[in-house]
Ligand binder design. Structure first.
Ligand code: BGP
Length: 477
């Protein structure tokens, strides 16, 4: 559908930006914080780009006031951040660490003082190391009760102050890396264990949503899903089938479980036949149906295009973590699908397809299948930025990316999607999990590289652009 004129965005639209604890805070062992799985994993040789880690990150823990002042100056309406579980429970459960709660309380109060709506993510991958060691983290059902205790602690403390909550961030992406690709801790490559851990994460997600209803009756909660909508490489029925397979295995497997409390049929049948299906105990699916979300958080970066992949064909491959364009191989599951380049789309230096129409498609697919409000909880462009004379960063390419995606949001609204907000990834530059500090996303440049730096904050061109966009309610693009 082509539109003559775009509708105005609603007045309470949440123009935001996002971050995650491990990627910004630093202060990895300050004030009683326990180690997370990432604190240990990043120290193992060869796991991250040039051995980068979040020990210091961009030191947000100590520069919170300065960072929020920049958000206020920009006119930001919402800030999405995550709470680090091992700051609250250093060993995963037991005694609560008051200093950890106090840090987030100060952050929330500072945001509210500037009329910035906090969007609180309960889990953005930094599992307490103690729980990984004690029972294997997400592979053991004991995590459900421990996660619930941690979440309820936050509900009780912040119910009156925080309205928007995210349960699990990108369970799909994180666990695929952790249990299939072996690129996130605990670095396992075993599909049976992957589907088992993933099922337990669904149960934990549903349990904390259920508990949320009692503790935060006026709030809204949902998971943030890393949605890369699938496209077929051609109208060859073989490619169409590959696309159906990919959408079902890579997207609906999570979305249907979250929103309908069931697994998609063809994928489940395939996994059962292969002995890889998760064990579903009596009561599991009922719990999923009792813990469905109020809205879906959408982390959108790119679409993926799929083609037929015969048995014995292409296997799963790792992503580009160097920024050397054109180095990402095709990746797939033999017998189901494999990725193919999309000749209609430009890519970033990390080979991510730039596809604003894909975001509109994503929003429409989700809205019409699940009938829930949506929130873009992440969207942005990771690129090399250059600090030029006079403290200038001319990130026009990022402005272009964001502008086209904001237009896609407006088009989706026109298509009838209920969209609560748009959180760009990220506010300041941050540590990219596997790509170090050179893959930058922020509106605010942070002067540091893999080895360190002054940590000075410098506004990029995109900072001024986004500020003006917000002030004009999306009109001045
Ligand atoms: C998402 C994560 C974010 C962020 C972003 C960019 O998967 O939720 O934490 O890292 O992707 O990814 P990357 O840093 O790999 O470029």
């Amino acid at each position: 559908m082509h539109h003559h004129k775009l509708k105005d965005l609603p007045h309470d639209f949440l123009w935001g930006a996002a971050s995650a604890a491990y990627q910004v805070e630093g202060a990895w062992d300050a004030d009683g914080k326990g180690p997370s799985v990432w604190d240990l994993f990043t120290k193992l040789p060869g796991k991250t780009f040039e051995g980068s880690n979040g020990d210091v990150a961009v030191d947000h823990y100590h520069r919170m006031a300065e960072d929020v002042a920049l958000m206020a100056e920009m006119g930001l309406k919402a800030y999405r951040f995550s709470v680090s579980w091992p700051r609250i429970y250093p060993t995963g459960r037991g005694e609560v660490n008051e200093a950890g709660l106090a840090f987030y309380e100060k952050l929330i109060d500072t945001l509210l003082a500037h009329q910035i709506e906090p969007v609180l993510t309960l889990y953005h991958w930094d599992l307490p190391q103690a729980l990984q060691e004690e029972y294997g983290g997400w592979e053991d059902r004991r995590i459900i009760a421990d996660f619930e205790l941690y979440c309820v602690t936050l509900y009780q403390r912040f119910a009156g102050k925080v309205k928007y909550w995210v349960s699990l961030n990108e369970q799909n992406y994180n666990l695929t890396n952790a249990y299939q690709l072996g690129t996130h801790p605990p670095a396992v490559q075993d599909r049976k264990r992957f589907f088992a851990a993933n099922h337990i994460a669904f149960l934990a997600n549903a349990r904390v949503i259920k508990a949320f209803r009692q503790h935060v009756p006026n709030g809204l909660i949902g998971p943030s899903f890393a949605y890369s909508p699938a496209y077929p490489a051609s109208c060859d029925p073989k490619d169409m089938l590959a696309y159906e397979n990919a959408e079902e295995f890579n997207n609906l497997w999570w979305l249907d479980a979250y929103c309908f409390g069931r697994y998609p049929q063809a994928a489940l049948a395939y996994l059962r036949e292969n002995g890889e299906a998760p064990e579903i105990l009596p009561g599991d699916l009922a719990l999923l149906r009792e813990g469905t979300p109020d809205y879906i958080g959408v982390n959108y970066y790119y679409t993926l295009t799929y083609t037929d992949n015969p048995l014995g064909g292409q296997t799963l491959q790792r992503i580009n973590t160097t920024g050397k364009k054109g180095t990402t191989p095709s990746s797939g599951i033999p017998g189901l699908y494999k990725t193919a380049p999309n000749p209609h789309l430009e890519t970033s230096n990390w080979d991510w397809a730039i596809d604003p129409t894909g975001m509109r498609i994503a929003l429409r697919r989700l809205s019409s299948r699940y009938g829930l409000p949506l929130m873009i909880t992440e969207n942005g462009l990771g690129e090399f930025d250059k600090l030029e004379a006079g403290d200038k960063i001319n990130d026009e390419y990022r402005i272009d990316y964001l502008r086209s995606h904001v237009v896609a949001c407006q088009e989706a609204l026109q298509d009838g999607v209920e969209l609560l907000g748009y959180c760009a990834w990220s506010f300041t530059d941050i540590l990219s999990w596997l790509n170090g500090y050179q893959k930058r996303y922020g509106f605010v440049y942070v002067e540091r590289d893999e080895r360190g730096g002054s940590l000075r904050r410098i506004k990029k061109a995109s900072f001024h652009w986004y500020s003006q966009l917000i002030a004009s309610q999306g009109k001045q693009r």
